[in-house]
Design a binder for this molecule. Structure first.
Ligand SMILES: Cc1cc2nc3c(=O)[nH]c(=O)nc-3n(C[C@H](O)[C@H](O)[C@H](O)COP(=O)(O)O)c2cc1C
Length: 326
């Protein structure tokens, strides 16, 4: 799949996830096979660009190309300025967030709330594509509500506004994360436009990835929650799509070594205090399927020193108690 000048291979992509897809996690997923990794959303409000949170979200040092930055907002000219600013900071693809149902985003009529207003979607897409030389992609849901499932209409006007590729999450805004993703609407979007379409929603294994690609005709799949504590999902999907065979699951030694490397990068990226807190949820996700994880979790959650956190995780994986349950 191509997005503008960029070849995206393999065609499995890490979804933008606020609080998760920071630079350390994006780099890890790229190393393990993701063809593209989208940043956490950054705000289009310039008053917030100099906060510590925005500074870290705009940090792309050492990232593999194409660096992809998602921006959230609702005002066409602010979104255009934000796109320009991020392109100047190194973004090689700008992604527009019209998929997030979070109240913080939707209260100000941003994220998936924008799907209610097709005219505003077109104005934002046109303003941003005119503002930057890099390709602009759009991430949407299938509609605002089941009664207003307008993804096909939005996809057509996005294409007409210069959008280079479109991601569709197979739920409406009203569905939040409930029920199962549906792929018929994604298939209809793929039929309706010539730009690449990326299918998203409930893809967490190689078999699901293949089934969703077959059901939708999409050019790529995007994985969000399936990558939490399991960055190997990209290796698994990419390997399976290429050869029809799944690479072996990581053994506990590989899980431990990868998690420790991830912790080191989080501690360095955020600094030991904040890094320790961000790392906690990752430790829980990586370890949840391993015997003894409740005991580890209870202890890790109380530790207030990055080195002690690391030592506990090293001890857990070094002791052999974490061998995967058969
Ligand atoms: C913790 C979390 C944070 C998310 N943050 C964003 C975001 O910043 N921008 C966005 O477009 N979608 C966001 N999403 C939605 C995901 O990108 C994705 O569309 C959704 O989780 C469905 O894919 P999945 O079933 O593979 O998880 C977020 C999802 C989760 C679970």
């Amino acid at each position: 799949m191509r997005i503008g000048p960029h070849l995206i291979a393999p065609n499995v992509i890490l979804a933008p996830m606020a609080g998760v897809t920071d630079r350390p996690f994006r780099q890890l997923c790229r190393r393990l096979g993701a063809g593209l990794a989208v940043s956490e959303m950054t705000t289009s409000d310039p008053r917030l660009w100099h906060t510590e949170k925005s500074r870290l979200r705009m940090d792309h040092r050492g990232e593999d190309a194409p660096v992809t930055v998602q921006i959230a907002g609702y005002d066409p000219s602010m979104m255009a300025d934000a796109a320009r600013y991020n392109a100047d900071q190194g973004a090689q693809i700008i992604d527009l967030n019209m998929g997030c149902p979070a109240k913080k985003v939707c209260r100000v009529d941003a994220g998936s709330a924008l799907l209610k207003d097709a005219g505003l979607v077109a104005a934002i897409c046109s303003a941003v594509t005119r503002a930057v030389d890099v390709p602009v992609t759009l991430k949407i849901r299938t509609g605002y509500s089941r009664a207003q499932r307008n993804a096909v209409a939005i996809a057509r006007l996005a294409e007409d506004s210069g959008i280079a590729a479109l991601t569709v999450h197979g739920r409406t805004r009203e569905d939040q994360y409930e029920g199962e993703a549906e792929y018929e609407t994604i298939a209809a979007v793929k039929q309706a436009v010539r730009i690449p379409v990326i299918a998203n929603g409930d893809v967490g294994s190689a078999e699901q990835a293949r089934a969703v690609l077959q059901a939708t005709g999409a050019d790529a799949v995007m994985v969000g929650r399936g990558a939490l504590g399991n960055p190997w999902v990209f290796r698994e999907i990419a390997g399976f799509l290429a050869t029809g065979r799944k690479p072996p699951q990581p053994d506990p030694a590989e899980v431990g070594a990868t998690l420790l490397g991830h912790l080191d990068e989080l501690h360095e990226f955020y600094g030991p205090g904040r890094g320790l807190r961000v790392a906690r949820k990752h430790i829980q996700w990586y370890c949840q399927d391993h015997p003894g994880s409740e005991t580890l979790w209870a202890t890790v959650n109380r530790v207030e020193c990055a080195q002690a956190q690391r030592a506990l995780v090293a001890g857990f994986f070094g002791s052999g108690v974490c061998a995967r349950a058969a």
